[in-house]
Each structure stands twice: as structure tokens, then as C-alpha cells.
Design a protein around this ligand. Sequence first.
Ligand code: NOJ
Ligand code: CA
Length: 546
Amino acid sequence: MLNLWYKNAVIYCVDVETFMDSNGDGIGDFGGLADRLDHVEALGATCIWLVPFYPTPNRDNGYDVTDFYAVDPRLGTLGDFVAFTHAAHDRGLRVIVDLVANHTSIDHPWFQEARQDPNSRYRDWYVWSKEKPENIHEGVVFPGVQDATWTYDEVAQAWYMHRFYPHQADLNIANPEVRAELEKVMGFWLQLGVSGFRLDAVPFLIEYRGVPEEERPKEDPHEYLDRMRDFVSWRRAEAMLLAEANITMDQVDEYFGPTGDRLHMIFNFMLNQHLFLALSRNDAEPIRRVMAQTPAIPPKSQWASFLRNHDELDLGRLSDAERGEAFAAFGPEPEMQAYERGIRRRLAPMLEGDDRRLKQAFSLMFALPGTPVLWYGDEIGMGEDLSLPERNSVRTPMQWADEPNAGFSNGSAGRLVRPVVSAGAFGYERVNVAAQRDLDGSMMSTVQRLARTRRACPEVGWGRCQVLDTNETSVLALRYDWEGETILILHNLADRTVEVRVALEGIERLRPLLCDQDDRAMHDASDPISLNPYGYRWLRAQGERR
Ligand code: NOJ
Ligand code: CA
């Protein structure tokens, strides 16, 4: 039986290390996370995505794994993991976990054995070259901090391939033993109760870069994703694969699969980048443009919509001029930028803490076709710490209260895994959960209302979406139709009041669902609709029938 729960979910992403410390050692842990599930539940999330929590030397925030079958001892034990998933399930929350299948840490025992012994069974689990490969500087993912994609290993006396940092050696995915091992890894976590995986770096995972032609599987590389899908579905019907794949619209079909039997979900990076371009211009045109280019996807497939995540805001798909506009608006200082393509800031400071713009940005995320994914802390408007290296700027401890260490830990401040953001407009003294809980109009309660409304509008997750024409380019007008119901969602990206007319065939009246201002009156569908500066309205159509 298919279980398509992800079509109408709200996903909340957590880094266990920085969410809540339960034992005062300054490091967030599973005990702390289990303790704070009330926050996630109250927010209206239905699923928690955990970024890597496996044993790691932590040179890439856990994306450098040394054991796929264990929990980083700093965060707890496998027992604590199970206690946490149990508590999450108890509250109706699903759990998905990051699967870093593209590479391991070079500290992983597999790599250690592989480099030391050319006859080791693990040698071919990685990608080697005796000769110095050509163009070793080509294809780096982190320009500025990563110099090459091949590194010479003195011990192995050979070069190994790494799409990411040199401490992350790529696994040889063409090797059937590696594929079998990855199935065991997935089977292990599914057996422990997870509902799926956020698949790291999918385009890199399925490329055979550096693997000799004769050793490559003869099938289309995307078909490996079919194998993964089949495996997880056979083990657990509801298992879902959410892909990190920054793809262009011409690749959509091959990633979702022609009949939607490949990846269940894909982060919509194209839409994300154009959304920020639109916000920088106060004009919805870039969003309309991408939506017009987006092919229809099979009913079982789903986009993941997001604003910010644990990485930089990647603007690499915009033209140079467009990226320049977004940089100027949201990250003008060189220290705010990363890897020549992105912005290493959180949402709230990018929008200068402007309440109206922030709430509208969240409303947009919930309204776009797909399933929304939130990065912890954004729901209260946390800021970043640019003194931390690279993407760690957006990974500071959760701000729970105006208490020492922001209520994140009762250990000494000097021992915290990362300093809390303090003082200023985004410091924990002002921006924290306790100050916003149950406070009408706070960022957090707005996100709560949005999550509740979105879940009550399955049309957005399931329905056919049309972008309607209006007389204002600053307005994004979305119409969703599903099972005889129609939803209309309007956003005005401009800093001025507008009145729009939209042609709504077959609709007589509109009932307000959610709005940036008090709005309880029924609307006649033929009347113009007014929108505040940075305003938004969610409406449900009432036909003649009702
Ligand atoms: C994508 C992850 O989101 C990022 O944080 C990580 O550095 C790379 N993949 C490598 O695993
Ligand atoms: Ca701890």
C-alpha cells in the first residue's frame, strides 16, 4: 500500500548538536531534543529531519561520517536515538535522517583500510587513480576553501577522488558491494523507525566520475535511484527519499522518474533562488518565470519548498547580474558571502528583521507548490554569527529563553559547541522561544498559524497549481484545485498597497482563511482584492453549491 504522507507534511530540520543540551556539557543531544518535542509539535510540524548525527571528526558538521550504524557519542547513544524516535512518534511526528551516501570521512575505517592495503576489500569502495588525474581543480564544490577534487594519498600512493573537501573521500557507487552496504545502512535506520532519508548530494552520488568506463554499470545512472526507492519501499511502505539535488528544470523528469517511481521528493533549489531574487526586487516575476518553466510532476512526486537551510543560500543558478542583485540586497559584505555563489546568513537578518517581509516570506514558502521545510530557529527569527567559519554562521544554538546560554545549556558558556548569538537585534535576549510563545502576532505564532492553515489546505500539497494573471507584477496569485475545492493565495511583494483583479472561473465568493491583517468578511469573487504592502491573503472559494 502506498503511503503518501509527505504530500501534506510540514518538515522541521534540526541539528541535534545545537538544539538542546540535556546534560550540561555544552553540546546538544538526543535527550535535549526529546525534551523539546513540544516546541516542534506546537509549531505544527509533522516530521523532523535530522542532519547527520553519526560518529564524525566533525570537519563538515557531521557530513563526514566514520560509522553509519551509530550515534555520535557526544549526542547520545543508539538507545537515546530510539527513545527520541519513540517520543516523536508518540506525538504523531515522523522522523527522517540524513543519508550521506556519496562519501565518508577519510577517518572512516573503510578508507583507512583501503589506503593501507591495496588488496583490502575496501580498496575498491573508493575511487583511485595511480596517475595524477587531469584537471584536478575542476568541479570543486567549495571554491575558496577547496582547491581540488583529487588528492594524493602518501599511504595509498595513489590519488583519491572527493567532490567535496579532501577529508571526504567519494565512495565508488559503481561497486555492487558499496550499493549492498548502503542498503544495509538504510535498512538499519528504517528498522529503528525512521520514515525515510534526506539523501545528500544526489547528483554527485549518481555520477561515475573517476571510475573507468569498463567498471561502470551499463544502466542510466538515474536508475540507481530506482533501486534505492524499491529497497526502502520494500522495507517500509511509508519510507520517503527527499533528495538534495540542485537540478535544472530539464532534469526534473529523470530525477522523479517518468512515472514518479524514483525520488519521492526533491528540494526546489531553482524556485528557492528565484524567490530570493523576487524578494530583492519586490517583484514576483522571477517566481512566475520559474513556475512557468517547471514541468508537471507525477501525482506521487513532491517538491520540497524552503527558505533557508543549514548551508549557504546557494544562488549559483541565477545569472551573474541577478546574483549581484540578490547579493546587494541580502549579503552585500564579502564576509556574508560564501563559495562565490551564496550567502551565509539566516533569513531574519537578510530581511533586516522586517516583520512584514519575514512573515510574507514564510507565507510564500507555505503557499508554494510542495511541502514546506523549515530550518530550526528561523521560526523565531534567529540571526547568524559571521565570526564563525563558512556555513557555521547559521548553525548557532537554538535560542530558547532570555537566560544564560539562551536556555540551550546549563553548562559554562565557554564550553558551548558554538557561542549563542547575543546582544543586538537578533541576540537571544530579544529573540527567543519563551518571548514569542502564545504571543499573538509573534513570528512564531505566525509560523504556527501558517503551518495549521497549510495542513488544512491539502489542495496545496496535492492539487493542480495555476499562476493567475493580475494587473500588478508585484503580486503572485496562485490558484489550487483539488477534489472540487479551490484555494486562492495572494502575495504582494511590493512595499505599497495594491488592488488586484483575478479571473476566477466558476467561483462566486471567497472565504478568508488567513491574512496579514484581520479579515473575516466574505469576498465577492468579482470584486478587486486589496493587499497591504508585503501583504498576503489565503482564501477558499465558495461556489454556487454552498
Ligand atoms: C550537502 C550538505 O547539505 C552540506 O552541508 C555538506 O557539506 C555537503 N553536502 C557534503 O556532504
Ligand atoms: Ca549534551
